[in-house]
Design a protein around this ligand. Structure first.
Ligand code: ADP
Ligand code: ZN
Ligand code: MG
Length: 494
């Protein structure tokens, strides 16, 4: 496309002129995710990634004539479940339509989708952005089938039908996102919800999430939308962000030069870091949508919907907010438990009814997670129940053991599965808070270190820390550190 004037890439690398402040971007995303089903949408072929090309195919997904599709019920459930997670309405009547087009990736010359009667409509997604909760409205989420994949070799091309007929959910947002970072935050929140909700694995590397990015610009505060540019088939979120970082200034430049932008479809060239025209925008009538005569309308009963309702999970954001509210956790800790459900569940087991949930969270996030990583074992193989961590924190908080000894106890819990109380008892690890015993350690430390002792007596306060360290050593870490300083001072000055 040599006639296209190229806008320089990398907006981060250059400062935008002041006139860009007079415009605002409007972004709407169409996000396609592969549903987590065992089989494909209309046939029994396996829904699997990475298999030998054309090894998961049958007459239905190859689009051979004379066959009939049978809807995968789990895909229908996951679609409605997504609608519920996104606070959508679930219409009583939905149907499947044929979107007609000719291309090697659709052997039957149409893709089955939901056109004017989708399974879920009008919802929203709340997510954190720039330190507050943002809400983006969801227009609809509809079910469709994936198409085959064209593969290009040096001298020829092939078509792999393994992906053909895999159930896809297309989640369409209202044009309410205002910038590249917000678009990325929305995608992160959406996919986190879908993964946790069991809808999709959203594995980007396996092409399970693909996104069409719609973007326009308008004078700041204007109510009318500008001409929509659609950037097709983005398969990484950082790509979405970078494409927008390029495309928004490009449009603003054009509009402020007085050009009127035309609605068009563009392609993101990831290597060059630019978007370029692909085709002028196609219209719905180009596809001659019509109801698929082979498929019944989808009219879920109340009982059926109620069953799906059972699978609704606590939303990640709600869970984070609950952790902050109920356990007074700092947002950073709550964020860890938001994205790691099993760890959060473990934490709750340990912190329920506990006086010091923040300390429990520290143990779970730092010590436990580190141990899991180091040992390679999973959370459900941990040999002690969550309550044991709560007990350990209580032993520290009550002064029975020091933080240092607690580490030792924790390692032992991990090795033997024994409860902290039992370990402290068996190994005699209780902290020495007995004044007589502490005095003996202190006197030993003073006798062995006359220099620092003299320094302290001569007013060098810092020397006390050294002596404290010696006492801890002599007591094998069991001396109550809060008391050691006091006893030492008394012995030295008395
Ligand atoms: P299509 O014909 O491609 O289905 P729609 O108007 O239904 O187009 O919208 C598709 C996506 O484009 C939605 O996510 C919507 O929010 C977004 N969108 C629509 N108009 C604009 C616009 N002017 N600027 C940015 N995004 C838009
Ligand atoms: Zn098949
Ligand atoms: Mg579109």
């Amino acid at each position: 496309m040599p006639t296209v004037s190229r806008f320089p890439p990398g907006p981060g690398s250059r400062k935008l002129p002041a006139r860009h402040m007079d415009y605002e971007a409007v972004i709407g995303l169409e996000t396609h995710v592969q549903l987590r089903t065992r089989s494909k949408m209309w046939c029994g072929c396996e829904n699997a990634f990475g298999a030998e090309p054309n090894s998961h195919v049958c007459p239905v997904c190859l689009g051979l004539p004379g066959v009939l599709p049978v809807a995968n019920e789990e895909a229908l459930r996951l679609t409605v479940l997504t609608g519920l997670l996104l606070h959508c309405d679930i219409p009583r009547h939905a149907k499947f339509d044929r979107k007609n087009y000719f291309y090697p990736d659709v052997a039957k010359n149409y893709q089955i989708t939901q056109y004017d009667r989708p399974s879920t409509i009008r919802g929203y997604l709340d997510f954190e952005f720039e330190g507050r909760v943002a809400r983006v409205n969801i227009t609809r989420a509809h079910l469709e089938e994936d198409v085959a994949k064209n593969v290009h070799f040096a001298r020829e091309s092939g078509v792999d039908f393994n992906r053909a007929g895999v159930p896809l959910l297309e989640i369409v947002s209202e044009p309410e996102l205002t910038g590249p970072e917000m678009a990325q935050a929305y995608l992160n929140a959406l996919t986190e919800l879908l993964v946790q909700g069991g809808i999709s694995d959203c594995d980007m590397e396996k092409g399970m999430v693909r996104c069409d990015v719609n973007v326009s610009v308008r004078p700041r505060g204007a109510t009318q939308l500008g001409a929509k540019i659609e950037i097709k088939n983005m398969n990484t979120f950082s790509g979405v962000r970078r494409a927008l970082e390029y495309e928004i200034p490009r449009q603003i430049e054009a509009v402020s030069r007085g050009e009127s932008l035309r609605q068009e479809t563009r392609r993101w060239d990831d290597d060059a870091g630019i978007t370029e025209p692909m085709r002028s925008k196609e219209h719905a009538h180009d596809y001659r949508y019509f109801p698929d005569p082979d498929l019944l309308p989808f009219e879920p009963s109340e009982a059926w919907k109620l069953e799906v309702q059972q699978r609704v999970i606590e939303l990640p954001l709600a869970r984070k907010q609950r952790f902050i509210r109920d356990y007074a956790l700092p947002p950073g800790d709550a964020e860890v438990f938001k994205s790691n459900i099993p760890l959060g569940r473990f934490f709750e087991g340990a912190a329920r009814g506990h006086a010091n949930p923040k300390a429990v969270a520290n143990w779970v996030i730092n010590n436990l997670a580190a141990k899991l990583k180091e040992s390679g074992i999973t959370l459900d193989a941990v040999p002690f129940p969550p309550e044991a961590v709560g007990e350990l924190v209580r032993l520290v908080d009550s002064g029975r053991i020091s933080g240092k000894i607690a580490q030792e106890v924790f390692a032992e819990m991990f090795a033997s599965g024994q409860r902290p109380e039992a370990i402290v008892e068996a190994k005699g690890l209780s902290q020495v808070s007995d004044t007589g015993a502490l005095e003996t350690f202190c006197d030993q430390a003073i006798a062995a270190n006359p220099g620092p002792a003299a320094d302290f007596r001569n007013g060098k306060e810092a020397a006390l820390n050294f002596l404290k360290g010696q006492v801890m050593k002599l007591s094998k870490g069991k001396a109550n550190p809060a008391m050691v300083g006091e006893v030492l001072t008394r012995r030295l000055k008395g």
